[in-house]
Design a protein around this ligand. Structure first.
Ligand SMILES: [Zn+2]
Length: 236
């Protein structure tokens, strides 16, 4: 029986591994371009912050109106107080008491308006910041789309080319060896033909028994690693 020739299988495996990498790259790009999650999330956050800002802005307007109204009342009562039309001391005292109470109310409303203003400004800043974040995400996603799209086009040409190259390698292999390689690859994937070096499997690094090593050196039958189950060959 002639020794098994692993050169053809090594070339085939090289082509398969390259194809694996190219297909994985294409898949990775497609996944990345299909994923709008981050932008969608940023948009939802922006909508929420915009609503918060509108609400805070409305509250500020209400607080300012309430302040203006009490200020107006204070002015009118003060005018009346000093107009000379009210002469009875009891009425004057009552008027003064009203004014004092309105002044207190005004102080409270001033405080509220100030708080509402701070809240509105904070809400506006948060909204603007989120808008900037969304703009940056949109820009970088567009760049990613352009770059990824260009690479996908390259891959769409390269992958079929490599597939044809792989096809051409099939005829250079012993059918039995090829069948073993294919079924092992379908089962475990990746690198299934593994060199022996210094008495070890170069995939799982286990030290191989002498009988197995001798078999790989004679290359008369397919030998599998005891530990990882891959096909072994002794490089010449
Ligand atoms: Zn192994």
């Amino acid at each position: 029986m002639p020794p098994l020739a692993f050169e053809g299988l090594q070339a085939l495996q090289q082509a398969d591994l390259q194809l694996d990498a190219l297909r994985a790259e294409a898949e990775h790009i497609e996944d990345a371009l299909a994923d709008h999650g981050e932008i969608d999330e940023a948009r939802r956050t922006l909508a929420r912050l915009t609503a918060t800002h509108e609400h805070a802005h409305g509250a500020l307007r209400d607080a300012e109106l309430a302040l203006a109204s009490v200020t107006d009342q204070v002015e009118q009562k003060s005018k009346l107080l000093y107009s000379g039309t009210v002469v009875s001391s009891r009425e004057l005292e009552a008027l003064q008491a009203d004014i004092d109470q309105l002044m207190q109310q005004r102080a409270t409303r001033e405080e509220s308006a100030l708080q509402a203003m701070v809240a509105a400004e904070e809400a506006e800043a948060a909204r603007d910041e989120q808008q900037d974040r969304l703009d940056a995400l949109t820009t970088s996603f567009a760049a990613k789309q352009e770059e990824g799209g260009a690479r996908l086009q390259e891959l769409a040409t390269e992958i079929p080319l490599r597939e044809r190259e792989r096809e051409a390698l099939l005829s250079q292999n012993d059918p039995v060896l090829l069948a073993t390689y294919n079924s092992l690859r379908a089962r475990v994937g990746g690198r299934v033909l593994v060199a022996v070096s210094q008495g070890r499997c170069t995939f799982c690094h286990i030290t191989l028994p002498d009988t197995l090593l001798r078999q790989t050196q004679h290359s008369e039958k397919v030998v599998f690693c005891d530990s990882c189950g891959r096909m072994l060959f002794a490089p010449r």
